[in-house]
Design a protein around this ligand. Structure first.
Ligand code: ZN
Length: 149
């Protein structure tokens, strides 16, 4: 793991939360992106070397909508940057961590992503993310990377 890439925060109203975080961090959101397949809209803020990702639901049956219903607004996940997401998924699986999906997906903010189940990591949803290289740039957002581990 290279560093904490970002912290994901579930919010009910993305516009309202954007205003709060712009004031808090004294910077505007640099990117807003919808991940249609996940039913989520995201907004990113830079904080030094790290980022804050605000997540709002765009459909009622999305994971974020369910999270908000159950737990309310708050920290949703911690994302760690990795150099090789497939190698890291394999390593963590061998260590007994439960992966939510078998293959990495293209997530928001130009990343390949994968999640570990919160029960594997003391109640915290863990995201692994790897910056997308040029040759992977054609993968549609929300799609899995079709390569078995
Ligand atoms: Zn994230």
């Amino acid at each position: 793991m290279k560093k904490i890439e970002h912290i994901g925060i579930a919010v009910k109203d993305l516009d309202a939360a954007n205003e709060v975080y712009a004031k808090l961090l004294q910077t505007e959101s640099y990117k807003t992106e919808k991940v249609k397949s996940e039913g989520v809209e995201t907004s990113f803020f830079k904080v030094g070397d790290s980022k804050i990702e605000l997540l709002a639901a765009t459909s009622e049956d999305s994971a974020i909508a369910k999270f908000l219903e159950k737990r309310g607004e708050g920290i949703h996940h911690i994302a760690y940057e990795v150099a090789d997401i497939k190698a890291e998924m394999k390593r963590l699986k061998e260590e007994g961590f439960e992966l939510i999906s078998k293959r990495p997906k293209r997530g928001a903010d130009n990343k390949l992503i994968a999640f570990l189940h919160p029960k594997s990591a003391n109640g915290v949803l863990v995201e692994l993310c790897q910056e997308i290289e040029k040759e992977e740039d054609t993968i549609p957002i929300g799609d899995e990377v079709w390569e078995d581990l």
